[in-house]
Design a protein. Structure first.
Length: 172
């Protein structure tokens, strides 16, 4: 015996498999079919999308000072600094819209750390340094961001570890 039910929205007789489950209902399924439920959800989301964006804009504007103060305090901690380094490193390698992408991800350089926690644990446990005030640098400039190829150095050392650029005036 195949069980069926009439959808309250479209009025069509459909199998129970075409309804979402609902244990509180009489038959154990919702009153509207999956297709009608999806259509209703899309209409709802489109109707309230502008309101949600406006609310987020107002919330962010009113809490901007609190958020920036918290960010400043958190970035001064070792964990905060390392998390910022990790996410910035990943963005350089993965975000096509960054202006420096062609110097990192565009050249095939990848961030091979699986997660921020793996990166933080590597720096704290193996490198054993306080990275605050230092910049992340790759030992092999053509290598990936990975264990054994990452170090923290001063900005002077980091600037000296650049690729050689071809100068247009050197054509002779």
């Amino acid at each position: 015996m195949v069980k069926s039910k009439i959808c309250t929205k479209c009025g069509k007789q459909k199998l129970f498999s075409e309804f979402y489950k609902d244990k509180s209902g009489k038959h154990g399924v919702k009153s509207e079919c999956k297709k009608c439920n999806i259509i209703r959800a899309k209409k709802y989301n489109n109707a309230y999308k502008a309101k949600r964006l406006e609310y987020a804009k107002i919330y962010n504007h009113t809490h901007r000072i609190e958020r920036t103060e918290y960010d400043r305090k958190y970035r001064k901690t070792i964990m905060g600094h390392l998390r910022h380094c990790f996410y910035d490193m990943r963005r350089r390698c993965n975000n096509l819209e960054r202006k420096d992408y062609n110097r990192y991800g565009g050249r095939g350089i990848k961030c091979l750390f699986e997660s921020v926690n793996e990166f933080v644990n590597y720096v704290i446990a193996e490198l054993r340094i306080d990275p605050r005030g230092l910049q992340i640098d790759r030992i092999d400039n053509d290598g990936h961001y990975e264990r054994g190829n990452v170090r923290f150095v001063t900005s002077k050392v980091n600037n000296n570890n650049r690729r050689k650029r071809k100068c247009l005036n050197d054509r002779a």
